[in-house]
Ligand binder design. Structure first.
Ligand code: FES
Length: 107
């Protein structure tokens, strides 16, 4: 299981082992991580799983599809170039060590 690093808005760091094929949102919600809500269950319909991907990792991810890009217009916290919906980021072996930062708020 790839290990990923979550960094909360206040700088607290957390490591999560994520089964391959699971999304960052699924792993965070299952672990009770505060700061990722996942209200729609991963359908790219709510933007409450907004995260900032460390720029060093951005080009290793599958690019966002149009529906994700559209929903990223609705984030509560500032949208940045490294913004993604964590429900659309599926963890694969090549993402061992992925660094994900959480925004200040999701609502
Ligand atoms: S969980 Fe709703 S958009 Fe990701």
């Amino acid at each position: 299981m790839p290990l990923i690093h979550l960094i909360s808005h206040d700088g607290a760091a957390l490591e999560l082992d994520v089964p391959q094929g699971h999304s960052v949102m699924q792993a965070a919600v299952a672990a009770g991580v505060r700061g990722i809500v996942g209200e729609c269950g991963g359908s790219a319909m709510c933007a409450t799983c907004h995260v900032y991907i460390d720029p060093a990792w951005l080009d290793r991810l599958t690019p966002a599809l149009p529906n994700e890009l559209e929903m990223l217009e609705c984030t509560s916290s500032e949208r940045r170039p490294e913004s993604r919906l964590s429900c659309q980021v599926k963890v694969q072996a090549g993402l061992e060590g992925l660094v994900v930062r959480l925004p200040a708020t999701q609502q």
